[in-house]
Design a protein around this ligand. Structure first.
Ligand SMILES: N[C@H](CCC[C@H](N)C(=O)O)C(=O)O
Length: 295
């Protein structure tokens, strides 16, 4: 698509992909708008495998939108082949590629988790940045979904240093655990146990967060997210929004502007007066190439 596929046309064969990332949360993107691309779960796992495939946290497939008013549809496949409702870093990356191709500065993307508006944001240090304009977070236990109210069963989601989570649905389910010392937590080990709790009928993305500072300018959080289906990622856009919402609703801050530091870099989250959320951060293209056909 856009400048990338034009650069490699010729006698190359196979399915063209673009490897793109938001702060190291990385994706293999295939354009399925003209030629339908519906890969089997095993093939998705192989594409995302960092040793046997391209490598990525998810596979993204662009499609023609199903509803009027959207510019493009994006399917998001987790590494086990299951379709995720949403992924904000993936949405920022796909939005960037679509806007480059269409020579526009805004786009409406359709995902399983709903419609999302994206716009080009001001550039910092020459790196392109994309903002998403998001619907308010949902926190009812039925919508997360949890198997029951959090208060009555919080103990079943406590493990080791992870206790008293805040549950947020951003289009996909998140649990956010605030801890006093993020470095003291063995995140993959402890998060895997809560992620597989029977109290989470659809599992959840597990965020471990630490409040770094809060003043009149912004609140700073440190965050790492152990995503479904059991991968620790460099960054997570929906997790950053969930952590900001959890920080306010749990009384840790009243500040609405956040900078969320994750292993791959920082995202900015702004909580608006009407509860809508603006998420902003870098996007990048790493490389592009062809998947062998015949799967
Ligand atoms: N990294 C993504 C979230 C992916 C969530 C996915 N793993 C799920 O099962 O919901 C983000 O930037 O929002």
């Amino acid at each position: 698509m856009g400048p990338y596929s034009e650069a490699v046309q010729g006698d190359a064969a196979g399915t063209f992909f673009i490897k793109t990332h938001g702060l190291g949360n990385d994706f293999v993107l295939v354009d399925g708008r003209t030629k339908v691309f519906r890969p089997q779960a095993a093939y998705i796992t192989q594409i995302c495998d960092r040793h046997r495939g391209v490598g990525g946290d998810q596979l993204l497939v662009l499609e023609v939108p199903q509803n009027a008013g959207a510019d493009v549809r994006m399917r998001i496949y987790n590494v086990d082949g299951a379709e995720a409702q949403t992924c904000f870093n993936a949405t920022r990356c796909a939005a960037f590629l679509w806007m480059q191709e269409a020579r526009k500065t805004s786009v409406i993307l359709e995902t399983l988790g709903g419609r999302i508006e994206a716009r080009m944001a001001d550039t910092e240090n020459g790196t392109p940045r994309v903002s998403l304009y998001l619907e308010p977070a949902v926190t009812d236990w039925q919508a997360i979904p949890l198997a029951g109210p959090l208060k009555s069963h919080a103990g079943s989601l406590n493990h080791g240093l992870l206790s008293e989570p805040f549950a947020v649905n951003m289009g996909n389910p998140h649990l956010v655990y605030f801890v006093p010392d993020y470095d003291a937590v063995d995140v993959p080990r402890e998060a895997a146990i809560v992620q597989n709790s029977t109290y989470l009928p659809e599992q959840a993305n597990i965020g471990v967060a630490q409040l770094l500072s809060t003043d009149e300018n912004e609140t700073q959080l440190k965050l790492v997210v152990y995503e479904r289906p059991g991968i620790l990622t460099q960054a997570c856009g929906s997790g950053a929004c969930a952590a900001a919402v959890a920080a306010v609703r749990s009384g840790r801050t009243n500040q609405k502007n956040f900078r969320v530091f994750m292993p791959g870099g920082a995202l900015q989250v702004a909580l608006c007066a009407d509860d809508r959320i603006i998420l902003t951060g870098d996007v990048a293209v790493a490389f592009y190439g062809f998947l062998p056909d015949g799967r």
